[in-house]
Design a protein around this ligand. Structure first.
Ligand SMILES: [Zn+2]
Length: 593
């Protein structure tokens, strides 16, 4: 009997194994593992010992509000995100194919939804969901740019709402109109803040050719109401100790109802806070590959590093002379007080989650003009030894032996810091008073980021003159400027940062700041030519922004954005071989405990 039972038992195992396989559309471990292996795993766990009991209570509420922002962000990215995640969680709980499902959960965490970026820099779903829309889930599914353009041409009155930063664009189906109206019934506060919205919705006829926009405040009303309560509670915890921070939290909570962030932005940029700071709401439009205008939700809970923030404030006193030295004619008075601080990231949510090294907000040109912009340097990313080591390996793989070791943590810290301050310098509007976004459209972000990179490099010699740097400090800043331009894969057209870095690389090559050196054809840096070449490119960029000439920007990008497999491709392959990681996967100890 025993002999008979063995094959039977084996058969059971086989059946069980077959049932345990994931259905079609779920990536097997062979596909997920290489992507996960390519990521450096970092868990941020900053010391919060200097926070007061009230601040710690506020942190709990801010984290709760952040989790809501994260879920909203995933919903904004892909309409099937929540359902796909639920199915995946169910598979994981049944313990079917545990390794494969564990990997898919990690991919979902890493990419904030069911679409991965592959090692070939392609965007592909790893769960059985529809292909991602370029406009993600803040436009009606499948909506193309030419249909929007044609619709706006025929219906100019809809332009303002459809092109607004914080609206969802829908097709007018009976179901969508009814859904919006019933949500408006449910959230009286939203209706009170959006004059004429009900009339506009009620006037719509159900016709799929009709496009209309609803404010995020209405589209996401239930989640935003919940987030606002957490902000209120955090404000209550902190109001005696840090009234400016409490006021900011309350203003930002109201901003979620209105969709107009002016009051929160003003309170954020000009207030004096204690040990905490918070980025909260929808700001960045990088995820909108359709029109590049819709803002996506994010939150960052930050704890101030007082010593580093003070050291920084001292270096900022020379700002006007750095502006005056810029290679263009229209110098401006720089604000004497720029709210810049050094923080450790406690946790990030939504669009802000990841290894970005600094934040400068708001983007809104009018708010920036009236109140300035806040600069948040993210110290525990920027000065993270493991992240630095990986970028050093990449740099060392691409440069000739004589240049290895020129990169330092401080150099990278300072280059990034002055990049952020660079956003404060140069032209903030065009000669005829238009905003840069309006004038340069889809090139605006790319050009603005390039300007800030170049302002940082241009400021470096001044920092040496005023004693902020010694010679090694200057060299490290410069080396990081080259490191910044190196690409491990060819950028996709919709990646403004990577493309503007590639353009700098090409300009630097053609102007002899960098060249391929020796038999190994590795990069050599001519530090003596550095300032001259940077000044030339910066001069071009500043004048382009000031002129606000779209065609000029287009020609500039077309001139410098190119990729040659024999040069860029070969260096990229070297860096991929010698640096262990292609990117970083950041987790937060405080969310895992
Ligand atoms: Zn920037």
């Amino acid at each position: 009997m025993q002999r008979l039972s063995i094959p039977f038992f084996t058969l059971m195992l086989v059946c069980h194994a077959a049932a345990a396989e994931l259905p079609d559309g779920y990536w097997p471990a062979e596909r997920s593992q290489p992507i996960l292996d390519s990521r450096l795993k970092v868990t941020l766990d900053p010391d919060l010992g200097h926070l007061s009991p009230a601040e710690l209570r506020a942190v709990d509420e801010l984290l709760a509000a952040g989790r809501i922002m994260h879920a909203l962000y995933e919903q904004q990215l892909h309409e099937e995100a929540a359902a796909a995640k639920q199915r995946l969680d169910n598979f994981h709980e049944t313990a079917a194919a545990p390794d494969a499902t564990r990997n898919l959960l990690d991919l979902y965490y890493l990419f904030k939804g069911p679409v991965a970026t592959t090692l070939e820099n392609e965007r592909l779903p790893f769960l059985p969901v529809g292909a991602p829309n370029p406009g993600k889930n803040v436009y009606a599914s499948g909506l193309a740019r030419r249909e929007i353009d044609a619709y706006l041409e025929a219906n100019p009155a809809a332009r303002k709402s459809i092109l607004a930063e914080r609206t969802v664009v829908r097709r007018a189906s009976a179901e969508s109109i009814a859904g919006d109206l019933s949500r408006l019934d449910e959230f009286a506060a939203v209706e009170a803040m959006h004059h004429g919205l009900r009339e506009r919705l009620e006037a719509l006829d159900a016709d799929p050719a009709t496009l209309y926009a609803v404010p995020y405040a209405l589209a996401y009303a239930p989640q935003l109401a919940e987030a606002r309560q957490h902000l209120e509670r955090a404000a209550g915890a902190i109001e005696d100790e840090s009234p400016d921070f409490a006021a900011y939290l309350r203003n930002r909570g109201r901003d979620l109802l209105t969709g107009d962030y002016e009051s929160g932005d003003a309170a954020w940029v000009t207030g004096r806070f204690g040990n905490l700071n918070l980025q909260f709401g929808s700001y960045e439009s990088y995820d909108d590959s359709l029109l590049g205008i819709k803002a996506f939700y994010s939150a960052s809970v930050l704890a101030r590093d007082e010593a580093k923030s003070r050291a920084l404030a001292a270096a900022m006193t020379e700002l006007q002379s750095i502006e005056d030295a810029l290679p263009y004619e229209q110098q401006k008075r720089v604000r004497s007080h720029i709210p810049v601080g050094v923080y450790n990231v406690v946790a990030d949510f939504g669009q802000a989650r990841g290894a970005n090294t600094a934040t400068i907000l708001p983007n809104d040109a009018d708010h920036a003009r009236k109140y300035g912009r806040i600069v948040l340097i993210r110290n525990n990313i920027l000065a993270n030894p493991a992240i630095f080591e990986n970028s050093k390996q990449r740099f060392d793989a691409a440069v000739a032996p004589a240049f290895r070791g020129h990169l330092t943590i401080d150099g990278s810290f300072n280059r990034t810091l002055w990049h952020e301050i660079g956003h404060y310098l140069g032209a903030s509007v065009t000669a005829d008073g238009r905003s840069l976004g309006e004038a340069l459209a889809e090139y605006a972000d790319l050009v603005e980021e390039m300007k800030s990179d170049l302002v940082s490099l241009h400021a470096a010699p001044t920092l040496l003159e005023i004693g902020y740097y010694d010679a090694a400090g200057l060299r490290a800043h410069y080396a990081d400027g080259i490191r910044r331009t190196l690409q491990v894969v060819r950028p996709r057209p919709e990646q403004p940062y990577q493309n503007m870095q590639l353009m700098q690389f090409n300009f630097f090559m053609e102007h002899g700041l960098i060249e391929l050196h020796g038999d190994a054809a590795l990069l050599a840096i001519d530090y003596a030519r550095y300032h001259e070449v940077v000044s030339e490119l910066l001069g071009e960029v500043l004048n382009l922004q000031y002129a606000g000439d779209y065609e000029m920007a287009k020609a500039f990008v077309e001139r410098w954005n190119y990729w040659d497999d024999r040069v860029h491709g070969r260096l990229a392959a070297l860096m991929r071989e010698q640096a262990r990681y292609r990117g970083t996967m950041v987790r937060y100890a405080i969310l895992e405990n």
